[in-house]
Design a protein around this ligand. Structure first.
Ligand SMILES: Nc1nc2c(ncn2[C@@H]2O[C@H](COP(=O)(O)OP(=O)(O)OP(=O)(O)O)[C@@H](O)[C@H]2O)c(=O)[nH]1
Length: 256
């Protein structure tokens, strides 16, 4: 008897449950849809910010971040912090790049920086002159005045080269007491004049009492349609060698 009552009660409850489920199905669907929409709305700014973080090297990244609508507090905070983080990263990368490409003693390009600059000039099909320079008898300066004073002479010549060059020129310390100056343009007479100015100004230098600092210089020209840049660097080296061999403190210009 008791068993039949329980069974009958449960049977009616089951029907009731099914009817409740059936009747609330549209509401459940609306609720689930609302939750899905809300989740999408919350995740949308985060998703856009994550995308911008991925293409942080894009030149318009800051503009794109500005356009993201961050409608709630946390996303707005994230949006505010992201440009700061990205510009810090950009600064660090630029700094690292410039450290890798720069000679720490003179602030001129090192060989790595020079390689990149030459690649850019070649890509732009830009003719340029190479002035290769080397301090004469530098070993004597080191031996007489000491290595630290030798360093001072190298620094001073670095400054001199920079002061004699324009912004578009590429100045490089290519080795111990060797320098290269690349002059993009095609006026050969002007290059010779610049080389001679460097030579005479170096000879007039007095670095903490050290006189007679002389330079030997070799010039060659690169023309993108005719030359391989490696050959022109070798030619400038050959011209420098001839200047040394010819008695130093002089400029020699060679053509292919
Ligand atoms: N103080 C100093 N000396 C350096 C540096 N790098 C290279 N040297 C020295 O520069 C000297 C170069 O000597 P050499 O190659 O014989 O040339 P040089 O004495 O200038 O003779 P020529 O080039 O033939 O006129 C060496 O004694 C190197 O030790 C540097 O960064 N600082």
């Amino acid at each position: 008897m008791t068993i039949r009552i329980t069974y009958n009660t449960l049977l009616s409850l089951k029907g009731l449950m099914l009817s409740v489920l059936y009747k609330t199905a549209p509401l459940t669907r609306v609720t689930l849809l609302s939750i899905w929409l809300l989740c999408r709305l919350i995740s949308k700014p985060l998703w856009h910010l994550a995308q911008r973080a991925n293409d942080r090297d894009h030149p318009l990244v800051f503009e794109k971040i500005k356009r993201i609508s961050s409608w709630y507090f946390e996303a707005a905070q994230l949006k505010k912090a992201m440009p700061v983080g990205i510009s810090l990263l950009h600064k660090k990368i630029t700094h690292l790049k410039s450290e890798v490409q720069t000679d720490p003693m003179t602030g001129l390009y090192n060989r790595c920086g020079l390689k990149l600059a030459v690649a850019a000039l070649r890509e732009a099909q830009q003719p340029f002159a190479i002035i290769a320079m080397d301090i004469d008898h530098f070993i004597k300066i080191n031996d007489t005045w000491g290595h630290d004073m030798g360093d001072e002479v190298i620094k001073r010549l670095g400054q001199l080269i920079q002061s004699c060059s324009r912004e578009s020129d590429i100045s490089c310390r290519s080795g111990g007491e060797e320098f290269l100056l690349l002059l993009p343009a095609a006026d050969r007479v002007a290059f010779l004049a610049i080389a001679e100015r460097l030579r005479t100004q170096a000879a007039a230098e007095h670095v903490s009492g050290i006189k007679d600092i002389t330079l030997s210089l070799g010039i060659a020209f690169y023309h993108p349609r005719q030359d391989k840049s490696e050959n022109v660097f070798k030619l400038a080296d050959k011209a420098l060698y001839l200047a040394k061999y010819g008695g130093r403190n002089r400029t020699v210009m060679l053509e292919q």
